[in-house]
Design a protein around this ligand. Structure first.
Ligand code: ADP
Ligand code: MG
Length: 255
């Protein structure tokens, strides 16, 4: 299923947050969205996920969701959003309840996604017994369990230390390589954007407008830390982010 955003504009009261965002998100691709803090990235994900309705513009879902899809759009959040009283398997199976799957089918899906996220040995562990990286792998497993058409990831690695972030980026690439998923991946981390994005969309400061779209042709599985081609893209992103920060400083001078 492809997603198409057409001229999305949104405001909260007097505050214009997003201005005329148009974007195609083709099935099987990861689109990263970067931009300064407060530019409307999380708002855009919430609009795509249907948690809020855009003031203007359209979000179109084109084509069929994958077979076996229980929920077309799922979120992965920075703070993991796990239920502390449920074990790992229980946090994942939560999203399978109310679908009438039956116990053996539910167990099979849970076992499959926990194996894919390397959590098979931790199915009985409680969230408080897990590291941050493992907690986020549980949240990713939970998102994968519904076989979504599109995963909406909001700064999923931002609460993790640098090493764990690197490991999780490798895990996400391995997951995508085995079974390509469609992702909208919001981050303010430029290194993550160039590692994981088939396309990187740069938003301006608030109100978020699309400043630039960069396509990165290098296959995900060939991307590694400090890859020269990725460093070129990252340098370009950094230039754009610096321009936005400088313009924001100038605006402060004139208020
Ligand atoms: P980002 O994720 O890029 O940091 P957000 O989308 O969270 O930005 O927020 C964009 C702007 O909208 C911010 O100024 C924020 O304070 C404001 N905002 C976000 N959600 C709400 C809301 N529910 N009500 C009012 N203002 C909001
Ligand atoms: Mg945000």
């Amino acid at each position: 299923m492809d997603l198409t955003l057409q001229n999305i504009t949104h405001r909260y009261g007097d505050v214009a947050v997003l201005d005329d965002i148009s974007l195609d998100i083709p099935a099987g691709q990861i689109v990263c969205i970067i931009g300064p803090s407060g530019c409307g990235k999380s708002t855009l994900l919430r609009l795509i996920g249907g948690l809020e309705r855009a003031d203007q513009g359209k979000i179109l879902q084109l084509g069929e969701p994958p077979t076996g899809c229980l929920n077309p759009l799922t979120f992965v959040f920075q703070d993991f959003a796990l239920l502390p009283w449920r074990d790992v398997a229980g946090n994942v199976s939560l999203v399978l309840e109310d679908h009438g799957l039956g116990q053996s089918k539910t167990d099979a899906i849970v076992a499959d996604v926990l194996a894919r996220t390397k959590l098979g040995d931790f199915r009985k562990a409680l969230p408080r017994q897990l590291s941050g990286g493992m907690k986020q792998r549980v949240a990713i497993a939970r998102a994968l369990a519904v076989n979504p058409a599109v995963m909406l990831l909001d700064e999923p690695l931002s609460a993790l230390d640098a090493q764990t972030r690197e490991l999780l980026m490798e895990d996400l690439i391995a997951l995508w390589t085995r079974a390509p998923f469609t992702g909208v991946y919001v981050t303010h981390n430029l290194a993550e954007a160039v590692r994981l994005g088939h396309r990187v969309v740069v938003l301006s400061r608030r109100p978020g407008r699309i400043r630039e779209v960069i396509d990165i042709d290098l296959p995900l599985e060939d991307r590694h830390m400090n890859h020269p081609e990725l460093e070129v893209h990252q340098a370009r992103l950094w230039t754009l982010m610096k321009e936005e920060a400088a313009a924001a400083d100038q605006e402060l001078l004139h208020v």
